[in-house]
Structure formats: structure tokens, C-alpha cells
Design a protein around this ligand. Structure first.
Ligand SMILES: [Zn+2]
Length: 332
């Protein structure tokens, strides 16, 4: 392969049209088609290619060759262990680097913010029904280590369950049959597990001043069941754990993280959007069944007055703040 350019003889400033043959073992320099110097590749010295400045190829006897275009001797540069010009150019292009970084960060963020939730939304709906039911059972088993047996009288429990059955008949079909479980704990809270189980904690049941107020809470949890929020959130956090682990190369904790994800979600709560969606579901249901959503607003007020909260349960967590939720309940 021949590369054209110019050559400068040793210690002379005159210049000649030249080309080098770089295809063989020996690199041959021709000045006006006449062989003037040759050497092995190892003996050749190449100057650094800075920006668009031409690269100088120096022969041991003093001849210097300058190619017309640096890219023609790219293969020589690479053989000398230098980065190819194309790579150098990209590297030196600060804007390109910046844009690439921003693009990568944006893609990661978009994937995290929208991609994973989007995928989880559909994945949660594609799971066979026994998966959420099984996961829900396992989470409750783990949570039962901190809960105690409910002290709500059996008769009252029965009445609540019967009312929930009636509520269900007046609502759009649920993906899972809703089942109410009672447990005792220090916190006034309620939550929906994957698979349709809704757990009511004694202080919450006792806090409600009327059936309608308690139904407001139950309907909110039914909203989570209806939209399969728990399973979606579980798929999301498991996926995030897997993605983070594969990015950091630490895959040892993935299985462990997936097992713990259920309890983690119970503690960190659902997303703001999910809470709003459940509130809306409950509000519509309250309006349809009781023609008012005021009991829900009143229940929010009661919960807000609870000062002794150590944990931030579902109802009280960062999610749309209380005033906002009360306001939205009272909006016509
Ligand atoms: Zn909720």
C-alpha cells in the first residue's frame, strides 16, 4: 500500500513529492519515484498526531515523510500502539463526549423512571394468578413476625367482611377476590398485599368513627388491588435490583434482594401516582355507593391527628400529602 505526501532530505530544507510503501516488512520511501530510504517498521519514528497537524514519519537516516492526509497512515499509528485518528478525533471532541454522557444518563434515567415501571405494569398483569397469591402469602408470613393476633371481636370482623363482599359486588371486577385479614400492631394502618389480601390493623379499625370511614380506607386498598399496584411495585423493585446489580457487577445479592423486596415495599410504600390512583378509585366508589366521599376526608383527618407514629405507613407516608388528599376528597 502506497501513501503519498512530501519528503524532506536530511539536513536540507528542499522538499520533494514523495510516497511511502508500507505494505512490506521494510518501509520504503520514494522521492520523485526514486527509492531514497528504507527501514524496518521498528526503526521508524512517528510524531504524535495533535489535532489536524500532519504526522511526521522519520527515517533513521534523517529523511522525513509527511503524508497528505493523516488518515492514510492510520494503520502505522495503530501498529505503533497509538490510538487511531478516528478515535483520537472522537476523544478530542468535548461536545461529543458531553452529549454522549448526557445521552447515557438520560437513557438510564428514562429506563429507570419510565422503562422499568412500564415493563413492570405489563409483567405484573402477565403473571399467572397463583404467583401474586403465593407472594402475598409469603409477605404476610414475614410480616406476621411483627404483628400480633387481632383483638377485634369476631362478630365485628364478620360484619366488616360481609360489607366488603357487598362493596365488591358494586365495583368493577377485581383481578383477585378481595380477602380481609385482621392483625394487631401499634400503628393505625391498612395495606393490600399482592393477590388481593387486605390487612387491617386494629388501631385503624378502632380509629374509624363510622363504617363509611373504614370503608373509605378499605376502598383505597381495593384500588391498589384493582390496579395490581403491589405486584407492579414488586416487579419494579426486583427489576431495579437486578439492573443495579448487573451494572455494579454484584449479582450475589440479587436473589436475597428479590426475597426482601416484598417487605421492603411494605416499608417504603407505593409510588405517589399509585396512591393518587387508589384515592381516585376509592373516591369514585364512595360517590357511587354512598353518594359522598366526605367520610374518607374525615378519616384522613383522623389519621393526620395521630401523633404517635414512629413508622410512616402507607396512609401517612410521603405520598401525596394529607392536605392534598383531603382536599381532593372534598373536591366535587
Ligand atoms: Zn395506599
Amino acid at each position: 500500500m502506497r501513501v503519498t505526501g512530501a519528503a524532506y532530505p536530511p539536513r536540507l530544507s528542499q522538499r520533494c513529492t514523495a510516497d511511502i510503501d508500507i505494505s512490506g516488512e521494510q518501509i520504503e520511501l520514494y522521492c520523485d519515484n526514486e527509492l531514497v530510504s528504507q527501514t524496518s517498521f521498528e526503526q521508524l519514528t512517528l510524531s504524535d498526531s495533535v489535532g489536524n497537524l500532519p504526522v511526521r514519519v522519520s527515517f533513521p537516516d534523517g529523511w522525513v515523510f509527511v503524508p497528505e492526509q493523516n488518515k492514510d497512515i492510520d494503520c502505522l499509528l495503530q501498529k505503533k500502539g497509538r490510538k487511531s485518528l478516528r478515535i483520537r478525533k472522537i476523544e478530542s471532541n468535548l461536545w461529543l463526549i458531553l452529549v454522549s454522557i448526557i445521552f447515557c444518563v438520560a437513557m438510564l434515567f428514562a429506563g429507570y423512571r419510565y422503562g422499568i415501571p412500564w415493563f413492570s405494569h405489563y409483567a405484573a398483569r402477565m403473571l399467572p394468578e397463583r404467583v401474586p397469591a403465593f407472594v402475598g402469602e409469603k409477605i404476610l408470613e414475614q410480616l406476621d413476625e411483627q404483628f400480633e393476633t387481632s383483638h377485634i371481636p369476631a362478630k365485628q370482623q364478620q360484619a366488616i367482611r360481609a360489607r366488603v363482599d357487598l362493596l365488591q359486588q358494586q365495583l368493577p371486577p377485581m383481578p383477585f377476590p378481595v380477602k380481609i385479614e385482621f392483625r394487631d400492631s401499634e400503628i393505625a394502618n391498612a395495606f393490600a398485599l399482592p393477590g388481593g389480601t387486605i390487612v387491617l390493623l386494629d388501631p385503624l379499625v378502632e380509629l374509624a368513627e363510622s363504617d363509611q370511614q373504614l370503608d373509605g380506607v378499605i376502598l383505597h386498598e381495593m384500588g391498589h388491588v384493582y390496579h395490581r399496584h403491589m405486584m407492579t411495585r414488586l416487579v419494579e423493585s426486583s427489576l431495579t435490583a437486578v439492573v443495579v446489580a448487573s451494572l455494579t457487577g454484584d449479582t450475589s445479592g440479587v436473589v436475597h434482594q428479590m426475597i426482601g423486596a416484598g417487605v421492603f415495599v411494605m416499608n417504603t410504600g407505593l409510588s405517589r401516582d399509585m396512591e393518587r390512583q387508589a384515592d381516585q378509585f376509592a373516591k369514585q366508589a364512595m360517590l357511587k355507593i354512598y353518594h359522598t366521599s366526605e367520610p374518607m376526608a374525615a378519616m384522613f383527618e383522623l389519621l393526620r391527628q395521630q401523633r404517635h407514629i414512629q413508622h410512616m405507613p402507607d396512609w401517612l407516608s410521603s405520598h401525596p400529602n394529607f392536605s392534598e388528599r383531603i382536599e381532593s376528597m372534598r373536591q366535587p
